[in-house]
Design a protein around this ligand. Structure first.
Ligand code: ADP
Length: 397
């Protein structure tokens, strides 16, 4: 069966068409600037040249129709007609406490996702628009929602409750949810597989280090803690997000700089992290280049980033009373061997040490710690689209 995986943002839409039998990606692409001037569809069919189509996309329904046209095009298409799409898997950011696993989408599910809009006001409405647009164009194709938060729903109360008045949890559901769940689930399962063990027998820490970054503790197959919270702002220092700070800083800076809470929130999400710390870029490659040229702030930001990751690893070793494997994934985790080596320098007490030769990889599944280490370190490229396709197949077959 061919499964169309859709990741819909407010002005963008990423897609992959995956054959579930072979797990091959038949085509992938991206619609940008939906609802804005200069809309662009970049379509990459497997084994053929990439095509760029610049055409107006006033809304997501037009964008999805253009994606279907591209997929079925006589030249750069990969299927003959819409009938060859057996199911659609949608990435949905926030499932609140309602969804602890993926579900087949029906009216009731749509309503429940809408009820989580409050918790992810930038993402969930866009995800719903994507689902509605697909339903319009493919009314008879089954669709599945795969939630970023679902894998983390196994966290115990002690891990998800904040030290806040309990009524905020009762009234507004303010608690830790965590994100990147599809990736943490996929990577922890893959790490166990690479080590030839069962995930149910292991304690695994997954470091998803991309532009957005989070860590999770996966104890015997279940997530018991994760670094992102009510929103993706908490935890690690990220590309543009601050991660953990003293909450009192918000009021202090608002007063000093005359900012509103919404403006402060924007600073924390878009102008902080390694971008704000360096004033250079949110891209770790640019910061590494600046560090190599002797830029102090670049070095300080990278040091702080690695230190924060190492501290979280330590806290999750405590949470699980041990660890068997630590897996690095996402843009930085998969590609940045220097970052992995720097983080590993803090982990000698666990009985693990990086193997420089094995660590000299990019985007490849492999163990990167020395043979015989008590705790294995691994590089495991994440594949959220494949994970979404697998979960979609599971529910519609
Ligand atoms: P997201 O999905 O959160 O946008 P990704 O997982 O795609 O992020 O990661 C993107 C980040 O990965 C970039 O900001 C870049 O800093 C980092 N990255 C990619 N390749 C490399 C590399 N070779 N060395 C260092 N960092 C890299």
């Amino acid at each position: 069966m061919n499964i169309l995986v859709i990741n819909c943002g407010s002005s963008s839409l990423k897609y992959q068409l995956i054959n579930s039998d072979t797990e091959a990606v038949l085509a992938k692409g991206l619609c940008e600037r939906i609802g804005i001037d200069g809309s662009l569809l970049t379509h990459t069919p497997a084994g053929k040249d990439k095509v760029k189509i610049e055409t107006p996309m006033p809304n997501h329904t037009t964008a999805i129709q253009l994606v279907i046209n591209a997929l079925t095009d006589a030249g750069h298409g990969v299927i003959k007609s819409l009938d060859e799409i057996g199911a659609v898997g949608h990435r949905v950011v926030h499932g609140g406490e309602k969804f602890a696993s993926s579900v087949v989408i029906n009216d009731e599910v749509m309503k429940a996702i809408e009820e989580c809009n409050d918790l992810a006001p930038l993402h969930n409405p866009a995800n719903l628009i994507g689902i509605n647009s697909c339903k319009e164009i493919m009314p008879n194709v089954p669709m599945v929602a795969v939630f970023d938060t679902a894998f983390h729903q196994t966290m115990p109360e002690k891990a998800y409750l904040y030290g806040l008045p309990y009524e905020y949890y009762e009234k507004y559901k303010v608690r830790r949810y965590g994100f990147h769940g599809t990736s943490h689930d996929y990577v922890s399962a893959r790490a166990a597989e690479i080590l030839g063990k069962k995930r149910e027998d292991m304690k695994i820490i997954v470091c998803h280090l991309g532009n957005g970054a989070s860590i999770s503790a996966v104890d015997h197959g279940k997530c018991v803690d994760t670094s992102m919270g009510l929103t993706p702002l908490e935890g690690l220092i990220m590309g543009t997000r601050s991660g953990d700070i003293d909450p009192a800083i918000c009021d202090f800076i608002c007063q000093k700089e005359g900012l509103t809470p919404a403006e402060m929130n924007n600073v924390l999400n878009k102008k902080s992290g390694v971008y704000g710390m360096t004033g250079i870029s949110s891209d770790f490659r640019d910061i590494e280049a600046a560090e190599a040229e002797g830029n102090h702030r670049a070095k300080a930001a990278l040091d702080a980033f690695h230190y924060r990751v190492a501290k979280y690893i330590g806290s999750y070793v405590a949470a699980m009373n041990g660890v068997d494997a630590i897996a690095f994934t996402a843009g930085v985790g998969e590609n940045n061997k220097v970052g992995r080596a720097e983080i590993s320098k803090y982990l000698g007490y666990l009985g693990t040490e990086i193997d420089d030769e094995k660590n000299n990889v990019r985007g490849e599944d492999r163990v990167i710690s020395k043979d015989g280490c008590k705790v294995a370190m691994l590089c495991v490229p994440t594949n959220e689209e494949l994970a979404i396709a697998r979960q979609t197949l599971e529910l519609v077959k």
